[in-house]
Design a protein around this ligand. Structure first.
Ligand SMILES: Cc1ncc(C[n+]2csc(CCOP(=O)(O)OP(=O)(O)O)c2C)c(N)n1
Ligand SMILES: [Mg+2]
Length: 1002
């Protein structure tokens, strides 16, 4: 016990004695006071003092009545007496006793008492910190959930380990004062050591392993200790046990039924973790009781059909008919496999009798990609309902063990969990930890002990639980729901289970995991074990159990029969986010035209005035910022607008919520920061009109994958919001590629749901090097679905029809007015499509790149193509060359043309909407300049930018009768040179080509 030495005892200012000693490498302090006892940094401890009169006085007081002193001193004096010769316990000769025993004879004994108490407290703490390492978490009994067979040396797994604490077997019956950091005593303040160890083992080393001592909030730690240590707290009524059994029956028999009917179909069954269904239902019941009425869920493949059937309660026949390969799809698009589809369902929660809406968000195969999407959707629903605390709407995320540990987006999502603009006020995570990922053993799949360690970064408690103990699982679910309701923070449930079959039903797992699967073959089913337990306890009879099984089997059979009546498959019935008022009852747009995007002069003036003012009184803006406002004011007088103006957002705010997620400098003046008052901000655009919609501009964590997923989820919740994500530089979008490919580009085709998210991607070749130059337009264009070889019919409102038919819209606006119009069109369309905008960098400050108010006035609209309006357009027959281009290169071309005096010979036409390709407008231009050569000019390299996309479409327009010449940079691997002069030389070279009238003669 050398580490628990009392170092010194001193008197603090003549009052209570101050004790200091070192324990476990820390210096502890303790003020001895008769009533308060020994208050220390953590636990009240019995103290030894060298100040005899003080202790003597206290001892006399204690002899009068043991209650006169604090219980720690009471315990101390009892121990002193107990350790003295027998027969002296009642002796009332304090001075002699103290001098004779406490002070001279018993100092050593007292020191030992202190040491022993400290030791016991340390022991308790050891269990709280490390008990989970020896908890019996693996239902198979062969694996270590923490990947380590090592047993912490400070847990009393054998009697000899008491020696570490300076204790031995003879101390087992001695009573010890319990610190206030434990609840194992229940009503008891002291317990024999034997009982202390027994209770700690029961709390921390049984079928539940609680990982929480890393949490740096004392109250939260106390809360968890109380939930797991209080004797008898894990009790279930017979009714609760019966409900649990019934849910386990449904879960198990559902998988059995699918296996029987479709033995060779992939379904990613839940066998080995059937307890997931009752677990989720318990979380939902408890959350519903706490006031939650909407739960948004995200989950991977494993057990998904079961969750749809038994948690969300999708009609079984609808699920079963998905197995019919002959059913024809009623909806357009690719559709998706049954274990990716989403769902939305409103029902009554049977336990609470309250309404609850459950939605499961559709997801791609890409594991964990749905996590931030669920968070965004949850945040949006909380926002629209004014649920700032997350008391009504919450999210549940399910994970596989391998994916949870391996996928970086899990970490990104955790990092959003406590940010003001992103928090959903606590997510409950449930990990189906079957201790395998496809064929990969966890020992080669992760470096952390548990698959859940990533959650520790946000101080989320982690409850590991043996999934073959259904009551233990229900208990942690109950605690997790209470935790979320109490602290509004994330929590993780790690269901340690196994996978009875292969990864899918076709796999043979014995090839790769022979020993594990030998054990699995011997493993009794959890339903069998639990039903036998309840029958033995007399909670249900065998007959009742069998009747319940037969009842559910019959439900499945009946649904199977009626599923055969289904003739057609409606993916629409699997929508996770319906927008009932936005579409017709059949889910179609209410019209096929767009409201005008031009604006009244008064509106423009008003927004301009507000944008150039500070609407809050006594608001101290930075002197540098006043410069930003004054020009805007001047601009309003002159009726012009530049790129940084707020008109585009302000004009939408009459009815539309605008959310801009950005960390770009160009938008920083949208939020003003008071220079004198911390955290006081002013968003001028929120001071436009009474009852206007809100304008939110937020910074985010430095993540793209997570944040873009979140914005997509936010945009999913409601069509009447303009959600914009702005990359710092356009090329950073590639770390969010999974969200772009799997959700934004193809989401509607797979899941028939619209999404109007806007990606603002700064793009432009400005000599800034290979990074930061290109937002990779070629990638977006390559994924557009419009046919390059076919000219669509120009009927009805062609512009809108084309937008309706495409999978996303790609634009590069060369004027602020067009930028404003395209955003307004985005929200005024009768449907929603993702919009990708390549936004300017240096062009932000370009003197020519300004628009007059007239370009935004009533009657104006977004220009998909900006024709040449100069001398060339006056006499088109004489024009020798037409240069089509997109984006900022227009200004370089226009300048060069002027310098070379070629205004009559060369027309320059801007393609503002690149995709869907404006076949109608391009055809008009091509027909107008009949004698001219056609050129596509871009500043990007030939294998990048727009060329590969526009070329076949131009050729289709001219019916392959004319070439479309390329002018731009040569093909390259890197998007731009890192050398400024090379950059300028390249520019010079292709400008020369563009205006050399004999460039293409040979
Ligand atoms: C991002 C991504 N990479 C790879 C895969 C292929 N894959 C599908 S399931 C799976 C194993 C998942 O293991 P785990 O997360 O433990 O879930 P389990 O199947 O065991 O429930 C893999 C690698 C995928 N779907 N997504
Ligand atoms: Mg797994």
């Amino acid at each position: 016990m050398s580490q628990f030495r009392v170092l010194a005892g001193v008197l603090k200012g003549g009052g209570s004695p101050l004790l200091r000693w070192r324990a476990g490498g820390l210096t502890w302090r303790c003020w001895a006071h008769p009533k308060r006892g020994c208050s220390s940094r953590t636990d009240p401890l019995p103290a030894v003092v060298s100040n005899s009169s003080y202790v003597e006085e206290m001892y006399l007081t204690w002899l009068d009545d043991h209650k006169n002193v604090h219980e720690s001193w009471d315990s101390f004096f009892h121990n002193i007496q107990a350790s003295g010769p027998s027969g002296e316990a009642d002796e009332r000769r304090p001075s002699a006793l103290l001098q004779g025993r406490v002070l001279s004879h018993s100092l050593d004994v007292a020191e030992k008492v202190v040491e022993d108490h400290l030791a016991v407290h340390t022991l308790i703490r050891a269990y709280q910190i490390r008990g989970h390492h020896v908890a019996q978490l693996d239902p198979l009994g062969i694996l270590d959930a923490d990947l380590d067979s090592f047993v912490p040396s400070d847990l009393i797994t054998t009697i000899d380990k008491l020696g570490l604490y300076g204790l031995d077997e003879s101390d087992l019956d001695r009573s010890f004062q319990l610190p206030h950091t434990t609840f194992i005593g229940g009503q008891e303040a002291t317990l024999p050591l034997k009982e202390i160890i027994r209770r700690l083992e029961a709390s921390y080393c049984g079928h539940i392993g609680v990982e929480f001592m890393f949490i740096n909030n004392v109250n939260q730690c106390q809360w968890i200790r109380q939930k797991f240590e209080t004797p008898g707290i894990m009790q279930f009524t017979n009714a609760e046990k019966r409900t649990l059994l019934a849910r386990l029956i449904r879960s198990t028999r559902f998988e059995d039924f699918l296996a029987r009917k479709w033995s060779s179909e992939k379904r990613f069954g839940l066998e080995g973790c059937e307890v997931l269904i009752p677990a989720l239902k318990t979380i939902i019941d408890k959350s519903s009781a706490a006031g939650i009425d909407s739960v948004i869920m995200g989950m991977p493949h494993r057990g998904r059909l079961n969750v749809l059937a038994n948690v969300i309660r999708k009609d079984l026949d609808q699920i079963f008919c998905q197995f019919d390969p002959k059913l024809e799809a009623a909806d357009e698009g690719s559709g998706d496999v049954k274990y990716h589809l989403g769902m939305y369902h409103e029902r009554i929660n049977r336990e609470t009798d309250k309404n609850i809406t459950l939605s499961l968000v559709a997801n791609p195969s890409h594991l964990e990609a749905v996590d931030p999407v669920v968070q965004g959707k949850t945040k949006a629903e909380q926002f629209y309902r004014g649920d700032t605390q997350g008391k009504k709407v919450m999210s549940i995320l399910m994970h596989g063990d391998a994916a949870f540990a391996g996928q970086g987006v899990v970490y990104e999502t955790f990092h959003l969990s406590e940010l003001p603009s992103y928090t959903t006020n606590g997510t409950i995570h449930v990990v189906v930890n079957n201790q395998i990922g496809f064929t990969t053993d966890p020992r080669v799949a992760r470096s952390s002990p548990y698959p859940t360690d990533v959650a520790r970064v946000v101080n989320a408690p982690i409850f590991h639980v043996n999934a073959d103990d259904p009551e233990a699982v229900m208990y942690v679910c109950r605690v997790a729901a209470e935790w979320r309701a109490t602290f509004n923070k994330d929590v993780v449930i790690d269901l340690v289970c196994y996978r009875r079959f292969g990864h899918n039903e076709m796999d043979e797992p014995m090839f790769t995991q022979p020993l594990m699967y030998k054990q699995i073959h011997r493993q009794e089913h959890v339903l069998k074990k639990y039903s036998e337990k309840l029958i033995a306890e007399g909670v249900v009879t065998l007959q009742e159990f069998e009747e319940e099984v037969a009842k559910y089997d019959k439900i499945c059979e009946e649904a199977y029969t009626s599923s055969k009546d289904e003739k057609i498959l409606h993916i629409r019935h699997w929508l996770d986010s319906p927008w009932p008022d936005f579409f017709t009852a059949q889910g179609e747009p209410k019209s096929m035209s767009c409201l005008p995007t031009g604006l009244d002069e008064e509106v423009l003036q008003h927004i301009g005035q507000i944008a150039s003012s500070v609407p809050l009184e006594d608001f101290n803006i930075h002197p540098g910022e006043s410069g930003c406002f004054m020009p805007e004011n001047k601009a309003v007088r002159q009726r012009i607008t530049d790129w940084q103006n707020l008109l585009r957002f302000g004009s939408l705010l009459t009815s539309t919520l605008v959310e801009l997620h950005t960390d770009r400098r160009s938008h920083r003046h949208h939020v003003l920061h008071d220079q004198e008052v911390d955290k006081r901000i002013c968003v001028p655009m929120n001071h436009l009109w009474e009852n206007q919609a809100s304008y939110t501009v937020c910074n985010s964590s430095l993540s793209e994958y997570g944040v873009v997923g979140f914005e997509l989820g936010f945009a999913m919740a409601n069509p009447n919001a303009l959600i914009l994500w702005e990359a710092q530089f356009g090329d950073f979008h590639n770390t969010a590629q999974c969200i772009i490919d799997q959700f934004i580009s193809s989401g509607q085709a797979k899941w028939v749901r619209n999404n109007g998210i806007v990606l603002l991607l700064p793009h432009g070749m400005e000599g800034m090097g290979p990074e930061h130059s290109s937002a990779r337009p070629e990638r977006f264009l390559q994924m557009t679905k419009d046919d390059p070889d076919h000219i669509p019919e120009f009927t009805g409102d062609f512009e809108v029809q084309q937008l309706y038919d495409c999978n996303w819209i790609v634009v590069n606006c060369s004027t602020p007015a067009n930028y404003c119009h395209v955003l307004r069109r985005q929200i005024l369309l009768p449907f929603r499509k993702p919009l990708i905008i390549f936004t300017p960098k240096s062009l932000l400050r370009h003197p020519d790149a300004r628009s007059g108010f007239d370009d935004l006035a009533k009657g104006t609209k977004f220009k998909r193509l900006i024709p040449d309006e100069g001398p060339a357009s006056q006499s088109p027959g004489q024009v020798k060359r037409v240069i089509f281009c997109a984006g900022k290169v227009y200004y370089e071309l226009a300048k060069e043309r002027k310098q070379q005096n070629l205004d009559r010979d060369v027309a320059i036409i801007r393609l503002e909407q690149i995709s869907p390709f404006p076949f109608d407008l391009v055809s008009e231009e091509v027909e107008k300049y009949t004698n001219a050569e056609l050129v596509w000019c871009q500043e990007e390299h030939k294998n990048m930018g727009y060329y590969d996309y526009v070329r076949p479409r131009f050729l289709t327009v001219v019916a392959n009768k004319k070439p479309i010449w390329y002018v731009g940079r040569d093909p390259a691997a890197a998007p731009a040179t890192g050398n400024k002069s090379t950059h300028l030389n390249e520019l010079r070279k292709f400008m020369d080509t563009a205006f050399n009238m004999s460039s293409f003669q040979d």
